[in-house]
Design a protein around this ligand. Structure first.
Ligand SMILES: Cc1ncc(COP(=O)(O)O)c(C=O)c1O
Length: 469
């Protein structure tokens, strides 16, 4: 059987790339002959010029729950900031898998760690220790505190996704509230335009009718305020509130930053009423702003009691984390919360590698520098097309380009020309490229974008003329 071979001896002599090949051969030998033949057929076909992605997509669509609208292309491989589809068309990726692939695609360091750890140990259940869950937790806490962010960060709960990290945060805050002596301290506050996930708790904190309405009723006890409305805080966050969740920079909502004044006032009110302040840094954290965490620039008076992270933490390997202060951690006891996969040695070893690199001073400095290149060029475009671009927002490499019209056609035209770009909020183009993107790639992508925007601006002028007539 497959694992009778000594993996240590066999792998020790192989470079990482060959180890991946070895693993594939090994795993295949453990499957049935029919499965092997089918998999080989697909893999061979996907790289063959005869492979018709549109045909495969059409045939297989009926097997997939239709939760996403996808264009008729299929991505097969990536390298750094580029992706290739099955027709071998090359795309520059300004999306990074929605702020996930910060180290780029097929990064050698990440693939090497995956291959090595996969040969050793992928999973043991959470009833036992493994070498990486604790080590990742230690790294996150020590690095966060040394960076000047979340001064009271103390312990970490590792899970598998952003939604799950927020679920844990919501449960932890409820537990803090329930042990406060006030039996009604179960209420939650979140903010319009935010996005915290799709599971019932995180969805209840996401006041977007499109996402909530089909699945109501929501979890009871959630109420919503407006980001940056300082005057409303006192009434919104009352004695019965156990938790407040906020993104320091709203991602899906259109790249809107919470102001320092707002977050300082929010934290003060949370302290006054004994509520837990949660920062959702799932999209804006982990170096994306050019700081380790988006809230790193805030005074400690605005630091959170809980912070959540996921997305970039595994560079594509699913992993999330809920980081808490001692005040929160002491309320959570054995058996309160858990997950089968969360903290498995494969995901946590990868996350350890990724976190080490994303938190390096050099990486963060580079993100700030590249963010400035984007901002300068985009501001020039805004000056050129004032009727189409109304504002450039964001920090580092989380950037919003506010348009005056619906951006669907712009995204499609960019894709046709080999640039992947996202939308967010209302008529916002969202740029969240790999943090390792080069200056040349930034300019290449912005050239494509400018060509498409010039076209859209011209169309807009023609439409206005037509209306004027
Ligand atoms: C700020 C924020 N929170 C939570 C989530 C949910 O994360 P996941 O999709 O990994 O569950 C997202 C996902 O886009 C997000 O951007």
């Amino acid at each position: 059987m497959a694992f009778r071979i000594s993996t240590k001896t066999a792998l020790g002599r192989l470079p990482y790339a060959s180890r991946g090949q070895w693993a594939r051969t090994t795993i295949r030998s453990a499957t049935t002959a029919a499965q092997t033949a089918k998999a080989a057929e697909f893999e061979g076909a996907a790289t063959s010029p005869l492979f018709d992605a549109k045909d495969v997509i059409a045939k297989e669509a009926s097997y997939m729950v239709a939760t996403y609208s996808r264009p008729n292309i299929m991505f097969e491989r990536g390298e750094g900031s580029y992706l290739w589809d099955t027709d071998q068309k090359k795309y520059l990726d300004f999306t990074a898998g929605i702020a996930v692939n910060s180290l780029g695609h097929a990064d050698k360091g990440v693939t090497g760690v995956i291959a090595e750890q996969a040969q050793k140990l992928i999973h043991v259940c959470n009833l036992y220790h493994n070498p990486w869950t604790g080590e990742l937790s230690r790294l996150i806490i020590d690095t966060t505190r040394a960076s000047g962010a979340m001064v009271d960060a103390s312990k970490v709960f590792i899970c598998n996704s952003g939604s799950e990290a927020n679920e844990a945060a919501i449960k932890f805050a409820r537990k803090v509230g329930k042990t406060s002596g006030n039996p009604d301290k179960t209420q939650f506050v979140s903010f319009h335009n935010s996005f915290h996930g799709r599971t019932m708790g995180s969805l209840s904190a996401t006041p977007n009718t499109k996402y909530q309405k089909p699945f109501g009723p929501m979890v009871p006890g959630f109420k919503y305020g407006n980001l940056n409305d300082v005057a409303a805080i006192d009434e919104l966050v009352d004695e019965n509130v156990c938790g407040v969740i906020v993104e320091p920079i709203q991602g899906e909502g259109g790249i809107h930053a919470a102001t320092e004044e707002f977050l300082v006032a929010l934290k003060k009110r949370c302290e006054d009423v004994g509520a837990v302040l949660i920062y959702d840094e799932i999209q804006c954290g982990l170096g994306r702003t050019g700081e380790l965490w988006a809230h790193s620039i805030l005074p400690k008076e605005a630091h959170p009691d809980i912070m959540t992270t996921a997305k970039a933490l595994g560079n594509g390997v699913p992993v999330g984390a809920t980081i808490v202060t001692e005040k929160v951690a002491e309320k959570i006891v054995i058996g309160d919360h858990g997950t089968t996969f969360g903290g498995n040695p494969l995901a946590t070893r990868v996350a350890h590698h990724v976190f080490s690199r994303l938190s390096s001073t050099e990486m963060l400095r580079e993100v700030q520098r590249k963010g400035d290149i984007f901002k300068n060029q985009l501001e020039k475009m805004k000056a050129k097309y004032p009727g189409l671009i109304s504002e450039i927002r964001g920090r580092g490499l989380i950037i919003g380009v506010q348009l005056t019209k619906e951006p669907g056609n712009i995204v499609t035209e960019c894709r046709d020309k080999g640039l992947l770009i996202l939308t967010a909020g209302t008529n916002t183009l969202r740029i969240v490229p790999p943090l390792v993107i080069t200056d040349e790639q930034i300019n290449q992508g912005l050239d494509i974008l400018e060509g498409v925007l010039a076209h859209a601006a011209k169309d807009g002028q023609n439409e206005q003329k037509a209306v004027g007539n």
